[in-house]
Design a protein around this ligand. Sequence first.
Ligand code: SAM
Length: 293
Amino acid sequence: MKQMTIREAQSRGIHLLSQTSPDQRGVNLDVRVLLMHVLGVESTTLYAYPERMLTPEQQRQFLSLIERRQRGEPVAYLVGHKEFYGLDFLVDARVLIPRPETELLVETALAGIRTRIAAGRLPIVADIGTGSGAIPITLAVEEPRLPFVYACDISPDALDVARSNCQRHHVEARVRLLQGDLLEPLPEPVDILLANLPYVGTTETESLAPDVYAYEPHQALFSGQYGLDLLQRFCKEAREFGTLKVGSIILLEIGYQQCQPLTDLIKELWPQARVTCTQDYAGWDRLLQVNLL
Ligand SMILES: C[S@@+](CC[C@H](N)C(=O)[O-])C[C@H]1O[C@@H](n2cnc3c(N)ncnc32)[C@H](O)[C@@H]1O
């Protein structure tokens, strides 16, 4: 096959991906990210040296990644990492790819942690359903005064990925990885309880992007018929197990139709609690905050 320059590789990639995707901006971005990955360069190099030749091996790798992308495999899995809250996380098919909307949960948790630290208290924080570790690792990196965070997941495979990410960000001593079902692995009551658990209903499978359904772990996506099973059990067990200290907060990432049913349940469990629902940047209900008195 004729050797290609960066410019030719870009046009070829765009031509091939446009055959399966109508999203031109997405296609352009995917091609750039895949090319940067194969060449091991920053995007500025692509612009500055469009006539640079790819080696035969780089060309083979690039076209093979384009082919996998054409079949729908997410770019983050193809390149093996994803940015979240300005940090780079290793990801593969064992974990959900961290989503930008989850940054809302992290920002709110950081505010809660800092308020407590400013009042002279070091909060006990736990993240349930930790996946790649994006949430607890970001908290540990962003708030060095936080002594440690519990990070729990039912999947030992996901925790292996989280462990690699802890090492990558030098927080392995401060992120305590625990394997088990929901709150069961927690060794002590906490002040701030976070969770981005699966919240897609099996009835919503049709509306899910086909790439998500085909490639991301179903254990990280689905939670019963309406997506509420795990979140409801989580709330009931948090009450039953005495997981929360006085004055603590719960922060839950939720699906866009889940604010009301979960608020009703929480009000039953903790009649005195203050419950607020915040929308994400796209305007969907995304974060449920529970302040326990
Ligand atoms: C939606 S993913 C979120 C991953 C990560 N927190 C993020 O925001 O990118 C949900 C995670 O919950 C975990 N999970 C599913 N069922 C669980 C359970 N019963 N107990 C604990 N974790 C569970 C999955 O393995 C998965 O890693």
